[in-house]
Design a protein around this ligand. Structure first.
Ligand code: IMP
Ligand code: MG
Length: 205
């Protein structure tokens, strides 16, 4: 059983990435998610919302949020690739995994990890609205201060965040750090910034 602990991988420094600065603590996240769950419980009393999570980033938030909603809920997931070589400006989003359930007549809550530019959200809203849900609201854990979406569509949100690249609680850089229980600012050990438009080419959001 003896092991060399100095060789154990450090969960906070992986390759050239370091995630040391905590932006939102695990306790704060849990309290905020519980409050969002209570708000949704009150707003949807007498209805059965369908939570639609955007993989992969929203999986942890959606799991905690669902447990904080004191109603019968159903789940579905979709996966999209948010960024290709030039998609940041074009708004092209590709559906990698589509929903299993029919949205017609359902009260849908779209659950997102982070609204950055808002291009993914705008695309998904259009796409889901075309399936004739009875209602469609958005629940985003994090929203950039400089997002470019109409404020009125951000029905439920956890925190407004600055433009730093964030990881943890489902969010990744190069698939790392999704399992951190808090949200952290990630730094990259080189002069390259972890720019999604280059580093997350064709990766699932
Ligand atoms: P948007 O289309 O620019 O709003 O980008 C939204 C998607 O980009 C999110 O759902 C995330 O998957 C990803 N993303 C944006 N900012 C970050 C970040 O700071 N960390 C990890 N993923 C991010
Ligand atoms: Mg996402």
């Amino acid at each position: 059983m003896a092991s060399d602990s100095s060789a154990a991988p450090d969960p906070l420094t992986v390759g050239r990435y370091t995630a040391s600065t905590v932006l939102v603590s695990a306790d704060d996240l849990q309290a905020r998610v519980r409050a969002l769950g209570e708000e949704i419980t009150a707003d949807y009393a007498g209805r059965e919302p369908l939570l639609v999570g955007v993989l992969k980033g929203a999986f942890m938030f959606m799991s905690d949020l669902a447990r904080a909603i004191d109603l019968s809920v159903e789940f579905d997931f979709m996966a999209v690739s948010s960024y290709g070589h030039s998609t940041r400006s074009s708004g092209v989003v590709r559906i990698v995994k589509d929903l299993d359930l029919d949205l017609a007549g359902r009260h849908v809550i779209l659950v997102e990890d982070i609204i950055d530019s808002g291009l993914t959200l705008n695309y998904l809203r259009r796409n889901l609205l075309a399936r004739n849900p009875a209602s469609l609201e958005v629940c985003a854990l994090l929203v950039r201060e400089k997002h470019q979406v109409d404020e009125s569509i951000l029905r439920y949100e956890g925190y407004r965040v600055p433009s730093d690249f964030l990881v943890g609680y489902g969010l990744d850089v190069d698939e790392k750090f999704r399992n951190l229980p808090d949200v952290r600012i990630v730094k990259v050990a080189s002069d390259e910034a972890p720019d999604r438009s280059e580093d997350e080419v064709e990766s699932a959001a």
